[in-house]
Design a protein around this ligand. Structure first.
Ligand code: ADP
Ligand code: 5GP
Length: 195
């Protein structure tokens, strides 16, 4: 990672349904010079998702080949048979443009990226006000089957226990309040001069 020394890295992790995508979209429009790191996944695209913008959608075979080639900084089987990985090339591409990287990754991936990049990275955990509210949001979002929602809620119970491994936790209860809070945290980090 010697050539990846210029920009900063912001890692956002949360149990599915906490409002992470909503907050990430909000941050992308702000004055933070952030560019989204597009992950690779083997899951099916949702209705509105575009290849190369939201994810790079590939087959499980291709994914395994890319693991062997060492293309990923980190990767996880986030749900059974659904693989997600952060390509090294994404980070290099964003740093070459002189921008800061924004990651939207699962909780284990967030902890791994923080361990890899240390003080150049800021990790933020988005927490729902309760697991009941998280389930309600997933149902209202209408993108996942009842079985998938059950899987995501079960996983959330485990993930919330790992919030203490992140630099900051933001509770996404009232959206506007959470937006303000996360914006301030990231702005302070980006503007901070270390070294
Ligand atoms: P994630 O990316 O963490 O899975 P999303 O951003 O897709 O979560 O949010 C899940 C659902 O909850 C979406 O329908 C979103 O519009 C809604 N949502 C996000 N934040 C809030 C909030 N503070 N209050 C109520 N609903 C919210
Ligand atoms: P979704 O299927 O809802 O888009 O994403 C499911 C989970 O996978 C989310 O928690 C999301 O942040 C995570 N995820 C997306 N890309 C990556 C990645 O590259 N690495 C890891 N570890 N998790 C990812």
């Amino acid at each position: 990672m010697d050539n990846l020394t210029k920009g900063k890295l912001v890692i956002i992790s949360a149990p599915s349904g906490s409002g992470k995508t909503t907050l990430v979209n909000y941050l992308m429009d702000k004055d933070l010079d952030l560019e989204f790191s597009v992950s690779v996944t083997t899951r099916e695209p949702r209705n509105n998702e575009k290849n190369g913008k939201h994810y790079y959608f590939i087959t499980a075979d291709e994914f395994r080949k890319r693991i062997r080639k060492g293309d990923f900084v980190e990767w996880e089987e986030v749900y059974r048979d659904q693989y997600y990985g952060t390509p090294r090339e994404e980070i290099e591409r964003i740093f070459r443009k002189g921008k800061n990287v924004l990651f939207d990754v699962d909780v284990k991936g967030g902890i791994n990226l923080k361990n890899i990049f240390g003080h150049k990275a800021l990790s933020v955990f988005i927490q729902p006000p309760s697991v009941g509210e998280l389930e309600k949001r997933l149902v209202l979002r209408g993108t996942d089957s009842p079985e998938k929602i059950r899987m995501r809620v079960d996983k959330a119970l485990e993930e919330i226990k790992l919030a203490c491994r992140f630099d900051y936790t933001v509770i996404n209860d009232r959206l506007e309040q959470a937006q303000k809070e996360i914006h301030n945290i990231i702005k302070n980090f980006i503007e901070r001069q270390d070294e």
